[in-house]
Design a protein around this ligand. Structure first.
Ligand code: PLP
Length: 455
């Protein structure tokens, strides 16, 4: 290793506290330091090339070297590097971006509120719904239903929504008005002989029982990712959202679509809710909104909710919620250019052309002796490893299967990610068929080595 690489890695170890990382392992072994990117590839400080099989964190739709997005940032930086929306101010790119987003979403949207991250945006969803319900005279209607396995962020409120042990354990969960229903994982949880439709019936029944037990007048909203991402790439069973939403409507409960991962083409439609038959009242978007070149997220709300906020803010003197960098002109300009490029380059057709190949290559792993289930839609998928195929027996976390396989992937020049026993794939949307082949070839090598190691 060069002295340059050594000193960078040592510096990181000495000074940086890493997010969502095994801190002990970081202290012992240091980090993989990435220095530059080109297309779907990134390069570490030693110059080694990797395919980025997760588009970073499910986010760099245009890969790592889209100069149009860089130019949009530079141009906006030169014109107006910062201004804000507090106290009735506005900036031009934010207005244009809100207009464009409203025209894209599959529901009647009225207003867009900008934040820097998906966590802040989901946090904002809860605050807005609580503020709205106070405004319309139903202060008891405050509980939020999320799902085990769902990921919605890490702020205090969104960590309470997030239904993954790794993001809950060790931190307090102070909000007692957040409830959870089952993760809709057909492969893991369906009973013997149960069809997807019957499984969806059972989950809808569970939801209704929870609502009745808690009292429908106390339940404000239900939040869901159209396809669960961080929880293991779990598309819902057939008819799930149709059945779930019938119940939500019956009890006047708002549906929030968390499109932070699924939004902007990932599942083969512009929004994941279109792929899974979900009809949201409000929506959260982030990540691929700007191809992650700049931090930006948004909450998109309908007119009836906006009217409630307007009235309450008139009474209170202010809608007292906002973040210094929310609606920042530079990320907004980048996001706007990103959405323009998406259209100019007809990315939806491109995704629909290449995703059958991605899914076919993914599904080929189903024959591997260590693979229990393969699933996905569009350009997102998972390969779930099992200790026994017949018994669907998961590996114990202590077996270290994910860690071993991940390390082998790194060795072979592939960055991807494990959630539990599931190897996740979510490459940049610009990936070509040849690059998909190369990505899965590298994974296949790592998987075979993991199989040999585990036996
Ligand atoms: N919602 C979903 C579905 C996510 O996957 C994430 C992050 O991965 C978030 C919300 C939180 O976004 P952020 O990390 O930008 O706060």
């Amino acid at each position: 290793m060069s002295n340059y690489a050594k000193s960078i890695i040592a510096g990181d170890r000495e000074h940086v506290l890493h997010p969502t990382t095994n801190l002990f392992e970081h202290r012992e072994n240091g980090a993989l330091v990435i220095e530059r990117g080109q297309g779907i590839h990134v390069y570490d400080v030693q110059g080694k090339e990797y395919i980025e099989g997760m588009a970073g964190l499910w986010c760099t739709s245009f890969g790592f070297s889209e100069s149009e997005l860089v130019d949009a940032a530079v141009e906006q930086m030169r014109k107006l590097p910062f201004y804000h929306g507090f106290g009735n101010k506005a900036v031009v790119p934010t207005i244009e971006l809100a207009r464009r987003l409203k025209s894209m979403v599959p529901f009647e949207a009225s207003k867009v509120f900008f934040t820097n991250s998906g966590s802040e945006a989901n946090d904002t969803q809860l605050k807005m719904i609580w503020y709205y319900n106070n405004a319309v005279g139903r202060p008891e209607k405050k509980k939020i239903i999320a799902r085990w396995g769902g990921y919605h962020g890490v702020t205090i409120a969104t960590a309470c929504l997030t239904g993954l042990p790794a993001f809950r354990g060790g931190f307090d969960q102070p909000l007692d008005n957040i409830l959870h229903v089952s993760c809709p994982h057909y492969y893991r949880d369906a009973e013997e002989g149960e069809s997807e439709e019957e499984y969806a019936d059972r989950l809808a029944e569970e939801l209704e029982q929870l609502i009745l037990r808690e009292d429908p007048d106390t339940i404000a909203a239900f939040i869901a990712e159209p396809v669960m991402a961080g929880g293991g790439v779990i598309p819902p069973p057939r008819t799930y959202f149709e059945k779930i939403q019938k119940i939500l409507r019956q009890y006047d409960i708002i549906t929030i679509a968390d499109e932070v991962v699924c939004g902007f083409g990932r599942t083969g439609n512009m929004f994941g809710c279109e792929t899974v038959g979900m009809q949201p009242d409000t929506m959260t978007v982030a990540k691929q909104l700007s191809s992650a070149y700049m931090p930006i997220a948004a909450v998109i709300i309908p007119e009836w909710m906006y009217e409630g906020l307007v009235e309450a803010s008139a009474d209170r003197g202010i809608f007292g919620h906002g973040i210094t960098y929310g609606g920042h002109p530079v990320p907004a300009a980048v996001a706007l250019r990103n959405l323009e490029l998406f259209e100019e380059r007809d990315m939806m057709s491109r995704i629909r052309d290449v995703s059958p190949h991605f899914q076919e290559r993914l599904r080929a792993f189903a024959d591997h002796p260590m693979v229990g289930n393969v699933r996905g839609v569009g350009l997102i998928g998972a390969v779930e490893l099992v200790a026994s195929k017949e018994k669907r027996l998961p590996f114990e976390a202590s077996a270290g299967i994910g860690q071993f396989c991940d390390n082998r992937c790194i060795e072979h020049g592939l960055i991807h990610r494990f959630s539990g026993n599931a190897a996740l794939f979510c490459p940049p949307l610009i990936i070509t068929a040849e690059e998909i082949d190369e990505m899965f070839k590298r994974f296949g090598l790592a998987l075979d080595e993991t199989y040999k190691w585990a036996r």
